[in-house]
Design a binder for this molecule. Sequence first.
Ligand code: CMP
Length: 139
Amino acid sequence: MSLTLGIIKPDAVQSGKAGNILAHLEASGFTVEALRMIRMNTVQAGAFYFVHKERPFFDSLVSFMTSGAVIPMVLEAEDAVKKLRTVIGATDPVEADEGTVRRLFAESKERNAIHASDSDENAAAEIAFFFSGHERLDL
Ligand code: CMP
């Protein structure tokens, strides 16, 4: 079993889709190991997406990610990073496969309902970004 970090984004929380997304992830075989509901500030969102700092969509992405509550969660499954990326689908919902979270619940390439870590190394860093050890029930 391994871990990954998912974030239900402000578009999905605001439109009342968080519960359905969580149910979809559980039905897909993930165990929710830890979960919070927070609102990020500009410094936090900028730090989280630092890798995209030079991209033309960076300011818009930070603005979107700070526009409302987000739900970061630690998800456990076999090969969790790869599995979650498969279950959520392509970045742009129009390119995402049928039945994926983004195809079902996302609005656009930016307002795309959910984030997922892209490697085991980034998953560890992103889990540590949002959760301290005592918030994880397995520790
Ligand atoms: P996420 O998986 O969280 O990683 C980076 C985010 O940037 C991505 O989801 C989208 O929300 C956003 N993003 C990526 N590419 C674009 C783009 N071309 N235009 C707008 N937003 C984008």
